[in-house]
Design a protein. Structure first.
Lengths: 319, 117
């Protein structure tokens, strides 16, 4: 199973600014001074050896869209944030528009950042393609249709060329989708949200974003941990710090890196991926959160180590 | 987890020791709330004996901290072990709670005139 991250930012697409690009260049030039970086190969090696992720890369700005690739002929995505456009461009470049494809999408909920990519999801415009939109959320079809309608968008939903179908899922019930077994579960979030546990070929990934957890509620923590049980990867809403999530941003429907570690430890999960990054956090800040989360796992470890990473647009994780 | 309290004039000094986690966070919160009720001006926590606190324990601190603010009572945490300080920093609770290196400093700041010894 291969997990490809096309959009990882929370709430709102967050483009890297020109000022931020310049800051990265200046930082790299200063650190590379006197290093004899007179070829691209030397410069690449220097970047890998001496610079941080934030100095050489970016966590990215597209909102939620994650591909679960099991090697089958049909595509499986989680959410249709603005990252879905990048996915669509790459897919069309691979296949061309003349070869019909099937796209399955598990939608967590219908807040805008999780569906805003659909009007720009080119496969939906092409006759012959099949698009299946699944969700435990009762208002998926209503929201998708409303988004592709004047005055919000000039192309009406009914004008889309693909064979598009909405499929309602029940939480707790297992479904066979795109060669995987999918089980949805309810999450604590304004206007409802659902996570998905996806199993295939002996591997398990849990997509759980836009989900708040109450650390004092033992039953809720155990219920969440059961949904993550023994997962190879948990893609987790780590938008806020724990202090924010339990004080000024309590009941805003998001979670923290600390709770991600604790829940994964309770669940016996193997890897935690910090996801749905807060838009105000720049690359250096997220680098810092990742380092702190790795340290938090070290000092609270019980049993086997939990691997930690931070999602970025373009990240590929092989399970 | 062990828990004890001492009246220091207008303040109450609470000392906790051991682990504070999901298994005892509720009892910790209730004990802190009872101590807060006894405090006239300030509740001071000596956490020098605490070697671990989970998110549930931090949440308990937050609830009592908020209650103290509502009642106009000061709240301070003193003498964190280095590892506990790391947990407060990573969770950003170091930005929420007034932290003091020693109980003496907390008492001097939050309950001047009281004797911490």
């Amino acid at each position: 199973m291969k997990i490809v991250f096309w959009g990882t930012r929370g709430s709102l697409p967050t483009p890297l600014s020109g000022r931020a690009v310049r800051h990265k260049i200046v930082s790299a030039l200063v650190k590379g001074a006197g290093q004899g970086l007179d070829t691209a190969a030397k410069a690449e090696a220097f970047c890998d050896r001496a610079l941080s992720f934030a100095e050489t890369n970016t966590y990215g700005g597209n909102s939620s869209c994650v591909q679960i690739d099991t090697g089958g002929s049909e595509y499986l995505l989680c959410d249709l944030g603005s990252g879905a456009r990048e996915f669509a461009v790459a897919t069309l470049a691979k296949h061309g528009p003349a070869r019909p494809q099937t796209y399955h999408v598990l939608v967590s909920h219908v807040h805008w950042d999780h569906i805003m990519g659909f009007p720009f999801f080119v496969p939906a415009y092409i006759k012959g393609n099949r698009v299946r939109l699944y969700s435990c959320h009762a208002k998926l079809e209503q929201a998708i249709r409303a988004q592709n309608r004047e005055p919000c968008f000039p192309v009406e939903f009914e004008a889309l060329g693909a064979d598009i179908e909405f499929v309602a899922l029940e939480p707790g019930k297992r479904y066979d989708i795109a060669g995987t077994r999918v089980t949805g579960f309810a999450q604590l979030h304004g206007n409802d949200s659902y996570g998905y546990r996806v199993e295939s070929g002996g591997k398990t990934v849990v997509y759980t974003t836009d989900s708040e957890h109450k650390p004092e509620d033992q039953a809720e923590m155990e219920r969440a941990a059961a949904c993550f049980a023994n997962a190879d990867l948990v893609i987790f809403d780590a938008m806020y710090s724990l202090a924010e999530a339990t004080s000024i941003k309590e009941d805003w429907g998001h979670s923290s890196n600390v709770l991600g570690v604790e829940l994964c430890q309770m669940a016996g999960a193997k890897q935690l991926c910090l996801f749905h990054h807060e838009p105000v956090n720049d690359d250096e800040h997220i680098d810092g959160i990742l380092a702190e989360t790795i340290r938090f796992e070290e000092i609270t470890r019980v049993g086997a180590p939990l691997k930690i990473c931070a999602a970025y647009d373009g990240l590929v994780i092989e399970l | 987890m062990n828990f004890s309290e001492k009246i220091l004039g207008d303040a109450v000094l609470v000392s906790a020791a051991g682990r504070i986690d999901l298994s005892n966070a509720d009892a910790f919160k209730d004990a802190l709330a009872a101590s807060l009720a006894k405090a006239k001006k300030a509740l001071i926590l000596d956490l020098s004996g605490v070697d671990y606190i989970s998110s549930a324990g931090l949440r308990s601190l937050m609830i009592v901290f908020k209650a103290g603010k509502t009642e106009g009572k000061a709240f301070g945490i003193a003498a964190l072990q280095p590892l506990l300080m790391e947990i407060f920093t990573i969770s950003r609770f170091n930005l929420v709670f007034p932290l003091f290196d020693t109980v003496q400093l907390a008492v001097e700041k939050l309950a001047p005139g009281s004797n911490a010894s």
